[in-house]
Design a protein around this ligand. Structure first.
Ligand SMILES: Cc1ncc(COP(=O)(O)O)c(C=O)c1O
Length: 287
């Protein structure tokens, strides 16, 4: 299986792609990224991903190429890879520096894109749901490292995922500093209670997930009551249904939290309806 990469527009097999060891992305984690996937070979909501990438880069003062240039490079990379469906990672680092905080000396940015064949989840993940844990690792405080910046500093996420994996769980749900539900290491969290859809607000200290927003839009289109409001642990544990959302996971039902079944332990009707809705919506919004 060959992965392809583009570094500042130069395409090679990923194994042969080269970025300097002095790149700030490597030396400082001074970089931002996006993860995308294709439907029918085309990236899902590239517009929204590029907009979020730009917002992340702006927060760090990393200059970004124009959307047109990024789109052209990505199109060329997808054409070269020729996968039926692709996983896409776009990384923008500040560039090559001298291992110092002298940002004026940095030559950049470095734009890396990697495309690999999309490895779909086993269907049982979506039909039966997945186990999650409530992590003991708190999500980064927004005034320390704002989770709204999709940065390549993923150590907070790694610590939580390691804890989940050690407990045989699929994902860790992380709380914020006040003990409310924030998000998982790679997805947003939703619950269903008495027919209403609830998800933590952006000021809970989370990534503004693109799938989260699409799910809220789809739910409103289906006349489901939706609320963005703080979610306490007890609300999550008392929910009728819980699911997590991300570009790769789409709408993924949660079967158990810390070993305790959610509802009757099977994906509920609202979760199933929204999964169906996003699978219908996604190919129509990939271009
Ligand atoms: C921490 C975190 N939260 C949420 C998400 C979901 O975001 P999206 O729906 O845009 O993929 C991700 C995606 O990777 C993530 O890393």
């Amino acid at each position: 299986m060959v992965f392809y990469a583009s570094v500042n527009g130069e395409i090679t097999p990923a194994e042969e792609a080269r970025v300097s060891v002095l790149d700030n992305g490597f030396t400082f984690g001074d970089a931002v990224y996006e993860t995308l996937r294709t439907y029918a070979g085309r990236p899902f909501h590239l517009d929204r991903h590029l907009e979020r990438l730009r917002r992340s880069a702006q927060r760090l003062g990393i200059p970004m190429p124009a959307d047109g240039a990024l789109t052209r490079d990505l199109d060329a990379l997808l054409a070269r890879a020729a996968n039926p469906e692709s996983y896409i990672r776009i990384i923008v680092t500040r560039g090559r520096g001298d291992i110092s905080y002298h940002f004026d000396r940095v030559q950049g940015p470095t734009v890396v894109m990697v495309v690999k064949p999309l490895a779909p989840f086993p269907p049982a993940h979506h039909t039966d749901g997945v186990p999650v844990i409530l992590s003991s690792v708190r999500r980064n405080h927004p005034r320390a490292l704002d989770p709204a910046i999709k940065s390549c500093n993923l150590v907070n996420n790694i610590l939580a995922v390691q804890e989940a994996q050690a407990k045989g769980a699929f994902e860790p749900i992380m709380l914020n500093e006040t003990g409310e539900i924030a998000e998982t290491a790679s997805a947003n969290v939703f619950l269903v209670k008495d027919g209403a859809l609830l998800t933590p607000p952006l000021d809970a200290g989370i990534l503004p997930g693109i799938t989260r927003l699409v799910v809220l839009e789809l739910a409103r289109g289906l006349a489901l009551p939706t609320r963005e409001e703080p979610v306490a642990v007890k609300d999550l544990l008392a929910a009728d249904e819980v699911f997590i959302t991300s570009t790769l996971k789409e709408v993924l039902p949660v079967a158990t939290i810390d070993g305790r079944p959610v509802g009757d332990g099977h994906p509920g009707p609202v979760t199933r309806r929204l999964l169906e809705a996003i699978r219908d919506y996604a190919p129509r919004n990939s271009g």
